[in-house]
Design a protein around this ligand. Structure first.
Ligand SMILES: [Zn+2]
Length: 202
């Protein structure tokens, strides 16, 4: 009899579900499960409630595709932001990373991925068409391509830049200097802030 069949099903289920999360292997999932079992009932219920609300209380912004508790999101609604400058990011965590630099006062457009033929992700799987339409509709002056400094990010930026060729909208890219192959979300605030400030024509 192996270990998993000798323990209650509910424990197995918790371990299985936790192990699906990124960065959590089976061992960590098991440790977390037994930690939750030992902790007070309240603590587990508070966590369960938080996870339930995570999906129920969060909506996708129909303007920028950020996730927020309202639509449009707080950034798209803010009168303090420059709505003519659109920063294009791959993912929500990249948006969070740029916000953390406190050096960007424009708005965002979240693609929810990058072009990756290997993974079967083409331009139509991303929010690219919406970006082009939005930039034209809102008379944007600048589109900043803040995709990740890797193969997929570069391909995505090149593809988008081409779509704006011949338009009056300036298309820029983050300055080099970000760790190549890494993700924006892991860049430190100073480096990312400098890359943003030093952006140049795409
Ligand atoms: Zn928004």
């Amino acid at each position: 009899m192996n270990e998993s069949s000798s323990r209650p099903r509910s424990i197995d289920r918790a371990v299985t579900e936790l192990a699906r999360l990124p960065g959590i292997g089976p061992k960590t999932a098991q440790r977390l499960t037994y930690h939750l079992l030992r902790s007070s009932g309240d603590q587990v219920l508070v966590l369960a409630e938080a996870l339930r609300n995570l999906k129920e209380g969060v909506v996708t912004c129909s303007v920028c595709f950020n996730m927020s508790d309202r639509n449009p999101c707080h950034i798209c609604e803010s009168p303090d932001r420059d709505h003519a400058v659109i920063c294009v990011v791959e993912n929500l965590l990249d948006l969070v990373a740029i916000e953390r630099t406190a050096r960007f006062r424009g708005v965002y457009h979240v693609l929810h991925g990058a072009i990756s033929p290997m993974d079967g992700i083409g331009p139509d799987e991303l929010r690219i068409r919406e970006l082009v339409q939005r930039a034209k509709d809102t008379s944007a002056t600048e589109v900043i391509l803040a995709t990740n400094p890797n193969l997929e990010g570069d391909a995505t930026a090149t593809y988008i830049a081409r779509l704006f060729e011949g338009s009056d909208i300036a298309v820029t890219r983050l300055a080099r200097g970000l760790p190549v192959g890494g993700d924006l979300e892991y860049a430190d605030e100073v480096t990312l802030g400098n890359a943003l400030a030093g952006r140049s024509s795409a």
